[in-house]
Design a protein around this ligand. Structure first.
Ligand SMILES: C[S@@+](CC[C@H](N)C(=O)[O-])C[C@H]1O[C@@H](n2cnc3c(N)ncnc32)[C@H](O)[C@@H]1O
Length: 241
């Protein structure tokens, strides 16, 4: 993808995010949460039943932009995935970025999360964004069987909260689709690359920065953010026999 096309994608995606601005306006709680996280500079595990709304206002747009940046590494193939599953979808950051870039009316996007509060935010977000595709957000305590093999599994900042899945080949395989794209902290992406079980291979790794579009300056209190991602393929698809 050329720099011009990428810049245009970010500007257009900023318009989509701004259509949903009522869900992203900073609140006292979101500003306090952001300040607390920045002062600690560590991997945070939040209490999502209490902090879902504040988390979305503090980090939702930024996470979505990071996911869009990682998705641009899929280049033209983003349109080919029909059944896509977002693990730990939260308030829908990755789902939104995927649906925007795919622009695919055939898309069936399935978001899973343990927190009903987060899922209700994701449903609101996707409905406000009005992007093509069918969307279903469902409560699930992961890892757990998904019931089908997605063409692509996407996941942002879920593995950092479920690190045991990285080193457990069976659980990892349960969570991965035919392909999987993960956005997470650098050390988590490194760990996934190092622990990758037999039957999977790395299709690509992504590390870079996302420049926050100026139109979003009131919502994302930083000018650029780092992004780390990994794209994984499943070598053989088990038939269950
Ligand atoms: C850091 S948030 C990331 C949310 C979203 N993917 C994003 O990038 O903004 C992690 C999400 O994973 C969910 N989660 C954590 N552990 C989970 C589990 N065991 N099963 C299902 N969801 C889980 C949380 O409820 C939360 O919504």
């Amino acid at each position: 993808m050329t720099t011009d096309v990428q810049t245009r994608h970010f500007e257009e995606f900023a318009e989509v995010l701004l259509r949903c601005n009522h869900l992203y306006h900073p609140s006292n709680d979101s500003i306090a949460l952001r300040n607390a996280v920045e002062s600690r500079r560590q991997i945070e595990i939040f209490d999502y039943s209490r902090a879902a709304d504040a988390f979305m206002r503090a980090f939702g747009m930024r996470n979505s932009l990071k996911c869009l940046q990682a998705l641009t590494s899929l280049r033209a193939t983003v349109h080919k995935y029909r059944r896509v599953c977002d693990l730990g979808c939260g308030s829908g950051a990755f789902s939104l970025a995927f649906a925007y870039l795919a622009g695919n009316p055939e898309l069936q996007l399935h978001g899973l999360d343990i927190s009903e509060h987060q899922l209700s935010l994701a449903r609101e977000l996707i409905s406000a964004a009005g992007l093509p595709g069918r969307f279903q957000f469902e409560q699930r305590n992961l890892p757990a069987p998904i019931g089908y093999l997605p063409d692509l599994t996407i996941s942002s900042y879920w593995f950092c909260e479920n690190e045991h899945v990285i080193a457990d080949a069976e659980l990892f395989s349960l969570m991965a689709g035919r392909e999987m794209l993960v956005v997470d902290y650098e050390k988590i992406i490194d760990r996934i690359a190092t622990c990758l079980p037999k039957g999977f291979h790395i299709l690509g790794r992504h590390s870079g920065h996302v420049e926050i579009p100026p139109a979003l300056a009131d919502f994302v209190a930083q000018e650029r953010a780092s992004v780390y991602g990994i794209h994984i393929g499943r070598a053989t698809v088990e038939t269950g026999k």
